[in-house]
Structure formats: C-alpha cells, structure tokens
Design a protein around this ligand. Structure first.
Ligand SMILES: Nc1nc2c(ncn2[C@@H]2O[C@H](COP(=O)(O)OP(=O)(O)OP(=O)(O)O)[C@@H](O)[C@H]2O)c(=O)[nH]1
Length: 496
C-alpha cells in the first residue's frame, strides 16, 4: 500500500521557499519599477500567494507527520519496555520516579499511586520496608535501609532481594549520563529455587558420602586423588589432604594404565597395604562422572580384609576338622573311619590297576595286664609309642597306619603283595623287640610284644573289601592262638 510521504514534501520545501521568495521579489521589483506593466502584477501576486499557501501546507503536513512519528516511536518504546519480562523504573536526577513499566506496576500493585505521583526512591523503599515487604529488613529496618542506599549510590553490583511473597528479584541499577537512575528488576525465583534444590541435593550427597561405610575416592581423568571420604581415610590411614594429588597407583600398589577408565566395568578385587603396613583386601567399583564442565571418576571401595581373614580362618578350621575327623585323637594315626574310607578307595584302585593290596592287623599282646600293671595313663603312652613305631616302619612305602580299635592297629599297604607285606610286618615285630618296652606282667617275656596277621591279594571290583580284613583278622587270631609275638599270613588269600 502506497501512502503520502511527508519526507518527499519536506525535500521540496527549500525549493518551494526559494521560488516563493523569488516571486515575492519579482512582485516587489515590478511594483518598484518606474513603469510597471499592469498586466503582470495581478498574476505575479496570485502566483506568490499560491506558493506561500503550498509552502504552509507542506510545512504543516511535515510537522504533523513528525509529531506522529515521535508519538509512534514513544509508543513503541513504551510497549517494548512493557513487554520486557523485567520491571523497569527510571528515576530523574532528584531520584524521583519518572517512568516505569507495567511489570513494575504488576509486581507492586499497592504502590501504583506512589508511582503515579512520582514519589522518590527513598519514599518508595521506606514504604516497602514499613509494610514488611522485604523480609531481610524486618527487625533491622534502619540498618537495612542505610545499606540499601549505599548500594544504590554505588550502583554497580546486582542486588539479590527476597520479597515477603517468597519471590526473589535480581536488581540492576545504573546511573544515566544526565544523573538519573535506571533500575531493572528481574524475577529470578525459579533460578534461586533451582539453586536451593541443587544445594540441598549436594548437601544430601555430601552427608551420604561422609557417613558411608565404604571408602569413596574421587579421581581426575589421569587417576590423581581429588577427594576421599572419612571411611576411605580410616581405611588407608591417610587424610584426604595428604592424598590429594597422589596417583592411585601408589594407593592401590598397582599399575592400572593410563586412566581410571581401565578399572570401569566389573568390580575388581585387589590387595594393598594401609599406611601402617597392614594388608588390605579391597573391592573396587569404578564409575565415570561426565558433565558439560567436569569429567571425573568415582571409586567405591569395599574393605574385604576382615571377610578374607574369616575365610582363611574358616578354611583352616575346616582343614583341622577334616584332619580330626580322620585322625585318632590318642595316637595321631588314622582312625577307624579313615581306614574304612581308605579301604574302599584302595580296593577299587587295586581292582582297576590289578595291583595287590595288603592288610596287616597288629595287636599288642597281653595289654590288659599292661594296663593293670602300669595303669591306664601309661597304657595310653605305650599305645602312642607303638603307633609311632608302626608309622616309622611303614615309612614312605605308601601304606597307612590306622587304629582299628582298642590296642589293635591295621596297616593298609597298596601295591603290596603278600611277601612284601610279610617283610614289612616282620620289620614291625623286630623294631618293637628292639624298642624293648618293659612289660613286667607279660606271661611271654618281660617286654611288650605284638601279634600280627596279614592278608594280600588283587581285588575284584564286585567283591567286598571286608573279606580282606576278615582274612587278616583270621590270621591274627591264628597268631594269638599259636603263642603270640609272631606273624601269620592268611593261608589262602582270595579277595573275592
Ligand atoms: N590304656 C588304654 N588301654 C586301652 C585302650 N583301649 C583298650 N585298652 C585296653 O586294652 C585291653 C585289651 O584287653 P584284651 O582284649 O583282653 O586283650 P589283651 O589283654 O591284650 O590280650 P590279648 O590281646 O589276647 O593278648 C583292655 O584292658 C582295654 O582296657 C586305650 O585307649 N588306652
């Protein structure tokens, strides 16, 4: 759409003025001429009048248009200031409010009459304080006002002010070149709320980390210590301040590569030492924390040392229990349960390998008389000595000595035929004779003696191993019957 352009008219104004003047001069000149031509005079006068009228019209139009433009510009400026999300207030050099936007009126509706009467800044702020609109000033009004006026005089720093309705304002005040003051109040309640939430969540997290029973270690991307919580300090025996900047290779006694990222993934167990040298078994869980501005690693450290110690103690206790469950408490050789178990095993081995298995039953002669004569305690000691002696005789042959019951022992000799078993049994008899353990009550001789029965053979898998024991026992019975202090081999050793 085309419209009248007063600027174009204004551009023609100087020319119009010159022409009007020229015409006026023409009329004057013709009028002053000695003999003016009466035909020209009326025409020139009318032309001059016409130009003057056009001139006046153009000037009026231009002025009106200029006023409209100024009004439009002012209106645009006022609308723009009203559209701002912030309150705007303008004070003159006497600090009286001369202009403000709708946001300010909306924020302080009860003070609009004061705004309209161009109240001074001091009047406005005193009224706010009087009405308790500024919680920070309550109870210390004059002190607060003095500080506020001093801040305004400085006029550079942004102020943060809380209103009684809970809103937070950020106030910017700047002096204008003509001595006035422009103030902008920005509602930053959302931001402050977010900051408060963030601070609360940080405080919560810090409390959690401080109270955590696990060590929490914060590292930079190269593995240098940034923070360590109290549990971590107790664990390593170093304060966070002492460790700050150290590399975790030193702390964990490992070389973990270029970055803590190497420890990401599955929890890792490792051993290291605390400051006092005590061994530590630790489990590390590494996590990566990456934001727009930071990149860190957080390591959760669980102390497994006590659990490890308990595991080792448990293993030892179990091993001891296992040993006790297979050992005869008095003599230290295998007990009857151990013998039964071994017999089954060696029987199967014998059947599988086709090797001969020998069983040697050993019984102390007239031990009742020994006990009766020397007492039960001495009897126990003698049982221990006999067991030791048998153990020595079996030596590294691969055989095992067990207490079969009472004063009776049994030797189980894998991969041993009857002749080899007989040799070993004879060695047992000889060494006891050499030991010459006194037995004053024995009807045989004045020292302890043994009766031995033995059997040997290759096992058959489907047969019972007890047969071998029974044959050896029968041979022992024969030895007893034949006068004791001797060995008897089972006449026919058939394992089946
Ligand atoms: N001191 C002691 N004596 C035991 C133990 N176990 C069994 N005895 C004794 O061993 C003796 C075995 O007696 P008997 O079965 O009559 O046999 P023996 O006197 O050796 O006679 P023979 O075997 O026929 O030569 C009993 O007096 C039991 O009390 C023990 O652990 N300690």
């Amino acid at each position: 759409m085309k419209s009248y352009n007063p600027d174009a008219a204004i551009r023609w104004l100087p020319l119009t003025v010159v022409l009007a003047l020229a015409l006026q001069l023409g009329v004057f000149w013709v009028d002053q001429a000695s003999e003016p031509d009466p035909r020209w005079l009326p025409g020139l006068a009318e032309l001059s009048l016409g130009f003057n009228l056009v001139l006046a019209l153009l000037a009026t139009l231009a002025l009106r248009r200029a006023r409209e433009r100024i009004r439009a510009a002012n209106r645009s400026l006022a609308e723009a200031i009203d559209a701002l999300p912030a309150s705007v207030e303008i004070f003159d050099a006497d600090d009286r409010l001369v202009a403000y936007n709708q946001q300010l009126a909306a924020n302080y509706p009860h003070m609009v009459p004061d705004f309209q009467r161009h109240a001074s800044f001091e009047e406005l702020v005193r009224r706010s304080v009087r009405e308790g609109a500024i919680p920070a000033a309550v109870g210390r009004e004059e002190e607060w006002l003095a500080q506020r006026f001093a801040d305004r005089a400085r006029g550079q720093e942004a102020l943060l002010q809380r209103l009684s309705d809970g809103r937070w304002l950020r106030i910017f005040e700047r002096r204008t070149p003509s001595g006035g003051m422009v103030g902008v109040r920005l509602d930053v309640s959302d931001l402050i709320l977010e900051q408060q939430r963030l601070a609360a969540s940080q405080a919560h997290l810090q409390a959690f980390v401080r109270a955590a029973p696990n060590g929490v270690l914060t590292l930079d991307t190269e593995g240098h210590v940034l923070e360590l919580n109290p549990a971590g300090e107790r664990l390593f025996g170093f304060s966070a301040a002492e460790l700050r900047g150290s590399h975790i290779d030193l702390l964990f006694g490992i070389c973990m590569g270029d970055s803590p990222a190497e420890l990401l993934g599955e929890p890792r167990e490792l051993s290291t030492r605390r400051r006092d040298g005590q061994e530590l078994t630790l489990q590390l869980n590494m996590a990566e924390v990456r934001t727009d501005t930071t990149h860190r690693f957080v390591c959760i450290i669980t102390d497994l040392s006590e659990r490890k110690r308990q595991e080792v103690a448990l293993q030892l206790a179990n091993a001891q229990l296992a040993r006790q469950s297979t050992t005869d408490g008095l003599t230290g050789v295998g007990n009857r349960r151990h013998f039964d178990h071994l017999l089954q095993q060696e029987w199967l081995n014998s059947a599988r390998e086709g090797h001969s298995l020998a069983c040697v039953m050993v019984d102390i002669d007239h031990f009742k008389q020994y006990n009766d004569h020397y007492g039960h305690i001495a009897g126990d000691e003698t049982l221990r000595r006999v067991a030791e002696l048998l153990h020595t005789c079996v030596g590294r042959s691969g055989g095992t000595v067990c207490r079969f019951g009472g004063e009776e022992f049994v030797l189980l000799l894998p991969d041993t035929d009857l002749a080899q078993a007989q040799t070993l049994a004879q060695r047992c008899l000889d060494s006891l004779r050499l030991a010459a353990i006194e037995h004053a009550a024995s009807p045989l001789r004045r020292s302890l003696s043994l009766s031995i029965g033995l059997a040997a053979g290759v096992a058959e898998a489907h047969a019972s191993p007890l047969r071998l024991v029974e044959q050896a026992d029968a041979a022992l019975y024969a030895a007893k019957q034949n006068g004791r202090a001797r060995l008897v081999c089972a006449p026919t050793v058939r394992a089946a």
